[in-house]
Design a protein. Structure first.
Ligand code: C2E
Ligand code: CA
Ligand code: CA
Length: 753
């Protein structure tokens, strides 16, 4: 959305550009006589300086910047206004009145421009920095200024200094102009080095503008001093170019002020500014030395240049050393965590080439702590040093091994042909790190667990992601026995897997299998137990053992259980309606401990029964022994509420745990399910037989129905029936099966014995 103001501003910028282009064609095409050229040149400065003054004013009024930036732009606008006033004045003096006074009135405005611009540039906002940084910055800026000074001295200040018979006013102005420019160069250097030189185009344009003005000013002063100056000479081109850059800078600042905040930080390119200034200064010196002859000045100058170069080299070397110190681990000499992190960031930002991959390995020494504790820190250090040597020698030249701290190391591998190659390196490292270390008279044995994250994406990934994956993999390697490596796969990540399971519920990837519960006497199917399955899109049909732990740990078990209840009730209600033989079929659904702990459980069950139309009297909820044991009053009330609604409660896996009799009596339990492990002992195992018998008696005493699970043989079925168990479940009778097959089983049961 552009306002009228925006449109006018855009038109002004475009108009200025067009005008300037037309002027350049006219000027460079050498059209018109000298007077016309002078007149036109002087004239065109006026609208351009007017436009940049107005645009700067607009930044101040509407720019939406920080207070500090706005303050800077107030001063810059004032400076711009001085330029504008100077241009108007010059037009009158030079083009209309042909006054040749030097300094001209216009020049006084120019002198005013300098301090305003200087302070304005210095006030531009920049990142907070430390005291040392500020000192370094000032020194660098001073180096730039000193280099510029040498140029100015050669061109302007020197000649003024040695000139005789020049009026004092001219000397003063001719000296003030370059000195002012020097100030501006200083401010500019500070500004450029304080900010991203390439980050903010407006600042670069402003810098370019001021630099062009400096060149023009110096040219102007030089010409005035030696041959006189009239509008239309070459410095005018620099003033005009600078003026246009100012227009662009002000315009650009207005827009960037509304959008992204200022970027801070110093770009590497700008760091070379001081060295550039030194090179420039010495260029002039060398040039002069050639004119001077080698003795005495020439040789001295060469010596001075050499000395400076050496000092710079030394400084750079110290810098390198400091940087190295900051990024190496003192004990092992390997890159430290800071450097490893930068390397990982670089690796993550680099997409893998098609088919190839990068890898990050996190290595944790196993059993390091006991060595440290038992043999002392020196032994620990020896182990770490040995591990560092092993790592360094086991990887290729372009790869990085580093120490993250403690007994944790990292290895970064670039551009390997495939995952297999990564695994081979990991395996090699595991083997190499297993080598015992001789320390004095003891032989120390450490091993390492390695977690590997492979980056084979064709796009950049986040470094944190790689680190997290490697960390998870390392943790898994440690848990599954140490001295091994583990490559990260999504299923190591409980968060990721839980999310996967959650979306499986939503996408309908879970299904229900039904296992009939059979009356052992008649063979009639009296109930079905609903058992969850996951039809995984990649891994095929998964049994509950593969994902229920995860569901329990992450709480996904609650929505999962609710889904199971709803889905199986819906299915069973349909059977009730459709299949005459299933009219009295019970449905048994497992509840996890977490579900039973839910305050709202009776409400949830009631709502599902209501929605599906399945009768409460036909529903059995299975809870485990653990729940029975932990039951508090609230839970008892909750279960009673369920019982009162007509639902029956079964205790699953009975006989494996420690259900106290007292607990059994306290809870409204209608069914006991004899655990499959007891059934498995039948009929041979006497203890199993006695236990099974005891449970069956117990059921009779408490008037509970008893269901035997895991019946795999006809003998087991017979034994249980003889012991008085009425119902059973197991592979001998029926396997759990999909709903479609369960229908058939229901139909066929009548004839079954
Ligand atoms: P469970 O409740 O004790 O279920 C009986 C398990 O024994 C089922 O395993 C069943 O397939 C298996 N089984 C049935 N007959 C035989 C047999 O003759 N021999 C042997 N060896 N096994 C037999 P499944 O389906 O793998 O379920 C395992 C467990 O997962 C279940 O044990 C139950 O604790 C849990 N589970 C299954 N579905 C759900 C559910 O929807 N919610 C909750 N909370 N837990 C569930
Ligand atoms: Ca069960
Ligand atoms: Ca069971």
């Amino acid at each position: 959305m552009k306002s009228t103001g925006d449109r006018v501003a855009n038109a002004a910028v475009a108009g200025t550009g067009l005008m300037l282009a037309a002027f350049l064609v006219f000027y460079l095409g050498s059209w018109g006589d000298d007077e016309t050229r002078q007149y036109l040149t002087d004239l065109i400065h006026v609208p351009i300086s007017l436009v940049f003054t107005l645009l700067a004013l607009r930044v101040v009024v509407h720019g939406g910047r920080t207070v500090q930036a706005r303050r800077a732009w107030v001063l810059i606008t004032a400076a711009f206004f001085c330029r504008f006033a100077s241009q108007v004045s010059w037009f009158v003096e030079d083009a209309m009145m042909h006054r040749t006074a030097y300094p001209a009135y216009a020049d006084y405005w120019m002198i005013l421009y300098v301090p305003l611009m200087f302070v304005g540039l210095l006030l531009m906002p920049a990142a907070r920095r430390s005291r040392i940084d500020r000192i370094k910055l000032t020194l660098d800026a001073l180096i730039v200024a000193a280099g510029t000074f040498m140029v100015l001295w050669y061109l302007l200040l020197g000649p003024i200094f040695v000139s005789r018979n020049v009026p004092i006013g001219q000397v003063a102005y001719s000296a003030a102009l370059p000195m002012g420019d020097l100030l501006l160069v200083l401010a500019l250097a500070m500004l450029l080095m304080r900010r991203t030189g390439s980050g903010d185009p407006a600042i670069v344009m402003l810098a370019g503008a001021v630099a062009m003005f400096v060149i023009a000013d110096v040219g102007y002063g030089y010409l005035q001093l030696h041959v006189g100056f009239a509008g239309g000479s070459w410095p005018d081109l620099f003033w005009l170019g600078g003026g246009f850059l100012m227009v662009l800078a002000a315009h650009r600042t207005y827009w960037s002020g509304r959008g992204a905040p200022d970027q801070n930080g110093r770009s590497a390119r700008v760091n070379w500014l001081p060295y550039g200034a030194i090179a420039l200064a010495y260029g002039i010196l060398g040039y002069l030395a050639r004119e001077q002859g080698m003795y005495p000045l020439g040789g001295m100058i060469i010596g001075a240049i050499l000395m400076t170069a050496l000092v710079i080299a030394r400084q750079m070397y110290v810098l390198r050393e400091n940087q190295d110190l900051a990024v190496t681990d003192p004990l092992t000499g390997l890159p430290n965590r800071a450097l490893i992190n930068t390397r990982i960031a670089a690796l993550a930002a680099q997409p893998a080439r098609s088919g190839r991959c990068h890898a990050v390995m996190l290595i944790d020494l196993d059993k390091f702590k006991p060595i440290n504790d038992v043999y002392g820190h020196e032994a620990g250090d020896a182990v770490l040093e040995a591990a560092a040597v092993t790592l360094r020698t086991a990887i290729r030249a372009g790869d990085t091994a580093g120490r993250l701290g403690g007994d944790e190391f990292a290895v970064i591998l670039r551009d390997l042909p495939d995952r297999g190659a990564v695994e081979r390196v990991a395996q090699r490292l595991v083997g190499a790190l297993r080598t015992p270390i001789v320390f004095g008279e003891v032989v120390l044995c450490v091993e390492a667990s390695i977690g590997v994250a492979i980056h084979d994406a064709l796009h950049p990934v986040s470094p944190d992601l790689l680190l997290r994956q490697a960390d998870l993999a390392m943790y898994t390697a440690k848990r599954s026995g140490r001295s091994r490596y583990q490559v990260y796969t999504p299923d190591l990540d409980p968060g990721g897997r839980a999310a996967e399971l959650r979306s499986a519920i939503e996408n309908g990837d879970l299904i229900v299998h039904y296992q009939p519960v059979v009356a052992l006497g008649s063979g009639e199917t009296t109930a079905v137990e609903a058992l969850v399955r996951w039809e995984h899109r990649e891994r095929g049909l998964l049994p509950p053992a593969d994902f229920l732990d995860l569901a329990e740990e992450t709480g996904v078990i609650v929505p999962l259980g609710e889904w199971m209840l709803r889905e199986s009730c819906r299915q069973a209600a349909e059977w009730h309606d459709r299949i005459p033989a299933a009219a009295h079929l019970d449905l048994s659904v497992n509840l996890s401990a977490q579900q039973v702990m839910q305050e709202g459980l009776p409400g949830v069950v009631a709502a599902i029964l209501d929605d599906t139309g399945f009768p409460a009297e036909r529903l059995i909820l299975e809870i485990t022994e653990g729940v029975v044991l932990d039951a508090d009053d609230k839970l008892v009330t909750r279960l009673e509420e369920l019982r009162d609604s007509g639902v029956r409660i079964a205790v699953d896996d009975f006989g494996t745990g420690y259900s106290a009799l007292g607990c059994l009596r306290r809870l409204p339990i209608g069914i006991l399910k004899i655990d499959g492990s007891l059934t498995a002992g039948l009929p041979g195992d006497a203890t199993a037989r006695q236990l099974a018998e005891a449970v069956i008696r117990l059921g009779q005493i408490f008037a509970m129905e008893v269901v035997a699970e895991g019946i795999e043989t006809a003998e087991q079925a017979r034994t249980l029936r003889d012991l008085g168990c009425e119902r059973g479940q197991g592979f001998h009778l029926y396997h759990p099966m999909p709903a479609a097959y369960a229908v058939e089983a229901l139909g066929e049961h009548a004839g079954r014995r």
